[in-house]
Design a binder for this molecule. Structure first.
Ligand SMILES: Cc1cc2nc3c(=O)[nH]c(=O)nc-3n(C[C@H](O)[C@H](O)[C@H](O)COP(=O)(O)OP(=O)(O)OC[C@H]3O[C@@H](n4cnc5c(N)ncnc54)[C@H](O)[C@@H]3O)c2cc1C
Length: 289
């Protein structure tokens, strides 16, 4: 099927993109990689009157570290995120998630900004963004604001972005020396999306105990969530096999696990426990390395 008719705008820069969004607001959609938007437009699930192409907006590109923060432009593709050395050095878990998105074509076109704004329940990034305690930078006609990852994912396909706001960048605090991360995923065999995905970041203190642990979950929940019960059990613990196994066993506590045609909630819970144990073990090994 073809999309419903729309007016195409190619924004030359960030101000123009925001101006167009301000004018057309809820009647407009921005176009990044098009890998989520165009299929749903063709199915006529979404029928924007105006399409604002971001591809020429250079301000949305680039990856840099400054003042202890890794800043990733919204138009960064999954492939760029997977390969970038700054990302691999400072936020390996994000590079790992990027490397598991779809196939090569999807990774070459799809963008981190588009994936986060779309907020598919089975997307990979939400887990990593939550585990890294990242901040989403949004800009609209009213100016710029920063949204903590934990506040950003609201519900299925719903984020804290306003209709006239652009996601301009993701900011990740650079991890301290004794820290490690890992992303583990069970992919849906048909689509490649995450049936269950878990990202973990652990920070060790001078004695080698867990100073901080953050666990982000995707795929198993309608929108990305932190696993608070597991995080609380890990804090202050020596991260040996027993502590990791008992903390991982509680990862589903307080989470409303999805129960749908792809998998039951009980199946997802069991996979979640196994993947969390694997992610914690790998993150701890990396922190100790
Ligand atoms: C075959 C296939 C397999 C896939 N497999 C996976 C997978 O395994 N894991 C996974 O996580 N994803 C997967 N995806 C989705 C892929 O990651 C998409 O690239 C991503 O979800 C959307 O990014 P995009 O740049 O293509 O955004 P678009 O499709 O251009 O836009 C998506 C939505 O976000 C909005 N948007 C885009 N950029 C911005 C911005 N800067 N600010 C505000 N709103 C914005 C658009 O208006 C639209 O509503 C798959 C997609 C395909 C087609």
């Amino acid at each position: 099927m073809n999309p419903a008719p729309f007016t195409y705008h190619k924004a030359a820069n960030l101000d123009e993109a925001i101006g167009l969004l301000g004018t057309h607001g809820a009647d407009a959609k921005v176009l990044a990689g098009g890998h989520s938007l165009l299929p749903i437009m063709k199915l006529r699930l979404v029928e924007p009157d105006h399409l604002i192409d971001l591809s020429a907006v250079e301000e949305l590109r680039g990856i840099a570290v400054a003042d202890g923060v890794l800043r990733i432009g919204a138009l960064t593709t999954h492939h760029q995120l997977e390969r970038d050395l700054l990302v691999r050095d400072h936020a390996l878990v994000l590079a790992e998630a990027a490397g598991q998105v779809g196939d090569r074509q999807v990774r070459n076109r799809g963008t981190v900004g588009g994936a986060l704004a779309h907020a598919d329940a089975a997307a990979d990034y939400p887990a990593a963004i939550l585990a890294l305690d990242a901040t989403v930078v949004a800009r609209g006609p009213a100016g710029e604001r920063r949204i903590a990852a934990a506040e950003f994912f609201v519900d299925l396909l719903t984020t804290a972005l306003e209709p006239d706001e652009l996601l301009t960048a993701v900011e990740v605090p650079v991890l301290p020396g004794r820290a490690g991360g890992s992303y583990q995923k069970l992919a849906n065999q048909a689509s490649g999306y995450a049936l269950v995905g878990v990202a973990v970041v652990v920070v060790l203190d001078v004695a080698g105990r867990c100073a901080e642990a953050r666990v982000g979950v995707t795929g198993a929940v309608a929108s990305g969530r932190r696993a608070g019960a597991t995080e609380a059990l890990l804090r202050g613990a020596a991260l040996d096999e027993t502590a990791i196994a008992s903390a991982a066993a509680r990862v589903g506590d307080g989470l409303d696990l999805l129960d749908d045609l792809h998998a039951s909630a009980e199946y997802r819970r069991r996979v979640l426990v196994g993947l969390t144990r694997r992610a914690l073990t790998s993150a701890t090994e990396r922190a100790n390395a």
